[in-house]
Design a protein around this ligand. Structure first.
Ligand SMILES: [Fe+2]
Length: 194
């Protein structure tokens, strides 16, 4: 495992998609890469900005925790892929991206508490992991979620996440998004060091 740098982070992510993308997205009819690429394509189709397309593309990157050395090798179950994904992206991507990744599980719990129609749209696997992660938010948790400055963006990413599970749907491949990711990283690193 090599630690990515500003120069290598996009290649690092591309490599994970290439080597591990075909893995099953547990309980869904699409692979991990298909799922994340569908999310990005939906964001793009809605005219979302670069940052949100990047967040949709990378929201589940924390499922590949072994690539980051973030967890003990004996971990068989990914319990906190939201936090792990945000942590690996954080040195290179702006807060709107890392927060959307970090909040994508919380956003599901938020939507289940605030939008009755949303729960009905969850896939069976998604409803199952909802229960593992605490079920719908309490009113206090809803209020706290709304205080996060990126909560509205996190909800948008969550909705693309939910829609991005269609078997056989054609999308652009990772290479299509690489220049966008490079742009987001460059912009952020420039601003962070200005
Ligand atoms: Fe997802």
């Amino acid at each position: 495992m090599t630690t990515p740098t500003q120069e290598t982070i996009v290649d690092f992510l591309a490599d994970i998609f290439a080597r591990r993308g075909a893995e099953a997205y547990l309980g869904e009819a699409v692979s991990m890469a298909e799922h994340m690429l569908q999310g990005a394509a939906l964001a793009e189709a809605e005219g979302a900005g670069d940052e949100l397309v990047a967040a949709a593309l990378l929201h589940d990157i924390g499922h590949f925790t072994s690539e980051f050395g973030a967890y003990h090798p004996s971990d068989t179950e990914d319990k906190h892929h939201d936090e792990a994904g945000a942590a690996v992206l954080e040195p290179f991507f702006p807060p709107v991206v890392t927060e959307c990744v970090r909040l994508h599980v919380a956003a599901k719990r938020f939507l289940c508490a605030t939008d009755p129609a949303y729960f009905a749209r969850l896939s069976r696997a998604s409803a199952h992991t909802l229960s593992l992660r605490g079920g719908p938010m309490s009113q206090d948790e809803v209020a706290a979620f709304r205080r996060n400055p990126f909560h509205a963006q996190a909800v948008r990413v969550r909705l693309w996440d939910e829609e991005g599970k269609v078997a056989g749907r054609k999308t652009p491949d990772f290479a299509h998004y690489a220049p966008l990711l490079e742009r987001v990283v460059r912009r952020h690193m420039r601003e962070a060091h200005a």
